[in-house]
Design a protein around this ligand. Sequence first.
Ligand SMILES: Nc1ncnc2c1ncn2[C@@H]1O[C@H](COP(=O)(O)OP(=O)(O)OP(=O)(O)O)[C@@H](O)[C@H]1O
Ligand SMILES: O=P(O)(O)OC[C@H]1O[C@H](OP(=O)(O)OP(=O)(O)O)[C@H](O)[C@@H]1O
Length: 226
Amino acid sequence: MEQDFLTIALPKGKLLIDSIQLLSRIGIECSHVNEDSRKLFYDLPDSKVKIIICRATDIPTFVEYGAADLGIAGKDTLLEENKDVAELLDLRFGYCRFVVAMPEASVPPKLPNGKYDLSGLNHQRVATKFPRVAETFFNGLGMQVHPIKLHGNIELAPCVGLAEMIVDIVSTGKTLKQNHLIEVAPILEATSRLIANRVSYRMKYQRIRNLVERLREDLQENLLAK
Ligand SMILES: Nc1ncnc2c1ncn2[C@@H]1O[C@H](COP(=O)(O)OP(=O)(O)OP(=O)(O)O)[C@@H](O)[C@H]1O
Ligand SMILES: O=P(O)(O)OC[C@H]1O[C@H](OP(=O)(O)OP(=O)(O)O)[C@H](O)[C@@H]1O
């Protein structure tokens, strides 16, 4: 890590465009950063910033080890990866919800309070990209489940008998609907966060605080404009 440069890790995928737009708005002009090119790092000498492009789930690792001073990652990824990084700011974009979902044909009965009775799911298999999030949720209910880690198309698992349920992200709800799955419990809501390497945060404190303040002001202005 060069002393007077900040290295910022951006996630390719769903969070990239918002990340680029946010940084460009606060004067770190990076609108030419493009995940379709195979270029994975960009020098921005005018801003004294280097941008690196990583897989969304790898961002906390790059930041924990100091390969990047700062990074942008979903709260879901931070909870799942559980890396030792400092979470500095809620950037508010990339909103999504985590839920437990099951096939229509096997949804549990409802309790008098209107919630689904999850007790029958004890010791069942749950397909997910997020085994830690899933286990933490069920352990919090005094239950144990068997997570089966998948890397995509999670909704397929209960349809083909790989698992009784899934824990996954829902955004529009279209994927659940198309695969005849019903949400039986909400787990958490997530947005993207700015994270920092703990050593960088101490060594480059003023520079990072200045950037955080500019981001905070921009987010506030955007909120007021809505
Ligand atoms: N509908 C959605 N589906 C998935 N992620 C979403 C959605 N809406 C917002 N997000 C956020 O975007 C982040 C990145 O998602 P994306 O699909 O780009 O990468 P990924 O597929 O999770 O990562 P990887 O490519 O490493 O597996 C998620 O961690 C989450 O915080
Ligand atoms: O509620 P919806 O708007 O339908 O979005 C939810 C879907 O989006 C995500 O998948 P993604 O697109 O990341 O693909 P993946 O299955 O390969 O992870 C998530 O895992 C759901 O499958």
